[in-house]
Design a protein around this ligand. Structure first.
Ligand code: AP5
Length: 223
C-alpha cells in the first residue's frame, strides 16, 4: 500500500503539533514538522541551525531552498520505510512550497490524500501561544491554561524541563500571524479548488480536535 499523505494546515498555535503528536501515538503515523526539525538544528548548532535561526527569531519564513531540500530528503526516507500514513505539519507554507511538494510526491509516485484545515479565531491563537510550554527533552507540548503539566516546569512524559519558545513572545507571535495571512492562508483556496480540503473546528477541546482529525484520516476519501 502506498503511503497516504495528510497535510495539517492552519495558523500558528491552531494546535497542529498537538494533534500530530496524538496521531503518531494512536495511528503510528510518521510525522514531518519543519518547525521541529529547524528547532532541533538550532539547538544542536548545526550549519542548518545557524542559517535558519535569524528567520525563526523574527517570525518570518525560512528561505524555500532550505525547507524544500530537507522535506524532499525526509519524505524519501519515509517512503523507503513503507510508512502507512505521513503527517506534514508546517509544510507547505506558501504556493512555491506547495508546487515543490507536488513535484517531490510525483517523483515518488505519491499523492496528497487530504489537507486538514484548522479553523480558529486569532484571539484564541494569541492566548494559546503565549501560554505554550514545550519539553526540552521529548518535545511534548503543554499549555499553562488548557494543558497544564502536573508539576510546574516539568514534563509529565519524561521529566524534562519545560521552556517557552523564543518565537512565542507577543511581538513575534503578531509577526507570525501576519506572515500566515500574507503567505500561507492562500493555500486554503488552492487545496479547496483541488477538492482535497477538509475543515475542522480547531477551537474545540484537545480531545474533540484529535477525534475530528483522526476520523478524517480513517475515513475513506470517497465515502
Ligand atoms: P512552526 O514550528 O511550524 O510553528 P507554527 O506553524 O507557527 O505552529 P506552532 O508550532 O506555533 O503551532 P501549532 O499549530 O503546532 O500549535 P500547538 O499544537 O503547539 O514554525 C516555526 C518557525 O519555523 C516559522 O515561523 C518559520 O520561521 C520556520 N518554518 C517552519 N516551517 C517552515 C516552512 N515550511 N517554510 C518556511 N519556514 C518555516 O498548540 C499551541 C498551544 O495551544 C499549546 O500550548 C497547546 O498545548 C495548546 N493547544 C493545542 N490544541 C489546543 C486545544 N484544542 N485547546 C486548547 N489548547 C490547545
Amino acid at each position: 500500500m502506498n503511503m497516504k499523505i495528510y497535510i495539517l494546515l492552519g495558523p500558528p498555535g491552531a494546535g497542529k503539533g498537538t494533534v500530530a503528536k496524538y496521531l503518531v501515538k494512536s495511528l503510528k503515523a510518521s510525522y514531518i514538522a519543519t518547525g521541529d526539525l529547524f528547532r532541533e538544528a538550532v539547538a544542536n548548532k548545526t550549519l542548518l541551525g545557524k542559517k535558519v535561526k535569524e528567520y525563526m527569531d523574527k517570525g518570518v519564513l525560512v528561505p524555500d531552498s532550505l525547507v524544500n531540500a530537507l522535506v524532499d530528503e525526509k519524505i524519501y526516507e519515509l517512503k523507503l520505510k513503507n510508512a502507512p500514513f505521513l503527517i506534514l505539519d508546517g509544510f507547505p507554507r506558501n504556493i512555491e512550497q506547495a508546487i515543490t511538494l507536488e513535484e517531490i510526491l510525483a517523483k515518488l509516485d505519491l499523492a496528497i490524500e487530504k489537507v486538514i484545515y484548522f479553523d480558529i479565531p486569532s484571539k484564541k491563537i494569541i492566548e494559546r501561544l503565549s501560554n505554550r510550554r514545550v519539553c526540552k527533552k521529548c518535545g511534548a507540548i503543554f499549555n499553562l491554561v488548557s494543558m497544564k503539566p502536573k508539576i510546574d516546569g516539568v514534563c509529565d512524559n519524561c521529566g524534562g524541563e519545560l521552556f517557552q519558545r523564543d518565537d512565542d513572545k507577543e511581538e513575534v507571535i503578531m509577526k507570525r500571524l501576519k506572515v500566515y495571512e500574507a503567505q500561507t492562508k492562500e493555500l486554503v483556496e488552492l487545496y479547496k479548488s483541488k477538492g482535497i480540503l477538509y475543515t475542522i473546528d480547531a477551537s474545540k477541546k484537545v480531545s474533540a480536535v484529535n477525534s475530528q482529525v483522526k476520523k478524517l484520516i480513517l475515513k475513506n476519501k470517497n465515502h
